[in-house]
Ligand binder design. Structure first.
Ligand code: FAD
Length: 304
């Protein structure tokens, strides 16, 4: 219930203006966001690389309103790729298609994705298209297919196991060799499209993970859930999958000790590193995932 309200609140521009102005809210948000500037994201990626972790840089923002905003977001990704190249970082990027205008100008968005994918290919960086709410799923899957047709085989997307369609999408995209990120899903979705219980979402995660380990190109398991991580490790061992042929992905600021343990055990860990000024929606989804985070925020606001 609280999660659904917070997930919905992530879409409110009015609340965004209020929360972004609040100093305590900002302080709590910065547990999950590397900072507001590109340099902050690159510095965080450099520090994580020193501790054996790769990263995926996310310039926070979504659902742009003007074409100019979409072009600016794309330009930021070009600068991020330049920074990754200049610093020689083991890093890729995570891009929200609606930040490039997926819903408003799909053709323009496809051009911007193509430009980013071309630069990423030169730098040797992987591009993951984040998966947003269900209104964007089919278009995002099609963007990945278009990228592969254009020869950008280093472009994949996230797939959300709470969606009933996802097992079919795993098969569809694994068929073209796309490297996929598997996550549970962070938006509020209706029952006819998405499993509503944790039990069903986790069961779907297990089925998709096993399928990806059996057939997928370099799967990326985005979860902090011990039970699902154990499932991935058990299935990787059973299927004879080497430790360098898949990775775990976790969010910046979440379960750093678990990240370290997996790295120490010889597994690959990639940290999702958000940066930028439009951190509100990202932050609200992190609150929705874990009610304890709301308590941090409430305490910070009480001390205001
Ligand atoms: P949970 O059962 O939610 O969490 C397991 C444990 O992890 C919790 O008990 C807690 O200890 C810890 N934990 C989880 N979340 C938090 C948090 N926010 N703060 C503090 N501790 C936490 N979703 C999308 O819809 N689209 C995407 O493109 C997308 N990309 C992602 C990329 C990465 C790298 C990751 C890690 C997640 C991504 N997500 C995305 C979010 C994902 O869908 C889940 O909402 C989120 O990961 C929580 O699910 P979980 O698998 O960690 O399991």
């Amino acid at each position: 219930m609280v999660s659904t309200v917070l997930a919905k609140a992530s879409e409110s521009r009015r609340l965004e203006r209020l929360v972004a102005r609040s100093r305590p809210a900002r302080a709590v948000a910065m547990r999950f966001v590397a900072g507001e500037r590109l340099e902050d994201g690159l510095d965080a990626a450099s520090a994580l690389a020193e501790r054996g972790r790769s990263t995926s840089l996310d310039f926070v923002g979504e659902r742009v309103v003007t074409e100019e905003d979409a072009r600016e977001a794309a330009a930021m990704y070009h600068r991020a790729l330049d920074g990754i190249d200049a610093r020689g970082l083991p890093a890729g990027i995570s891009v929200k298609p609606t930040q490039l205008g997926l819903l408003a100008w799909p053709a323009r968005c496809a051009e911007l994705v193509d430009g980013i994918a071309t630069r990423a290919g030169e730098v040797g960086a992987h591009v993951t298209l984040d998966m947003e709410d269900s209104g964007t799923t089919e278009a995002t899957v099609q963007l990945v297919e278009a990228c592969h047709r254009a020869g950008h085989h280093h472009v994949g997307c996230a797939l959300q196991t709470y969606l009933r369609r996802t097992e079919a999408d795993v098969v569809r995209l694994e068929g073209i060799g796309a490297s996929l990120r598997l996550c549970k899903g962070a938006y509020a979705e209706p029952a006819h499209l998405a499993y509503q219980s944790r039990r069903e979402t986790d069961a779907s995660y297990r089925r998709c993970a096993t399928r990806l380990l059996a057939h997928g190109t370099y799967p990326r398991f985005a979860t902090h859930d011990d039970a699902l991580i154990t499932h991935v490790l058990d299935e990787a061992a059973r299927l004879g999958r080497s430790a360098d042929s898949f990775e775990f992905q976790m969010l910046y600021g979440v379960r750093a000790e678990l990240q370290a343990r997996l790295v120490d055990e010889g597994f690959r860990v990639c940290v999702y590193v958000p940066f930028g000024q439009r951190w509100y929606a990202y932050f609200m989804r992190r609150l929705a995932e874990r009610p304890a985070n709301v308590l941090f925020l409430a305490r910070a606001l009480r001390g205001q």
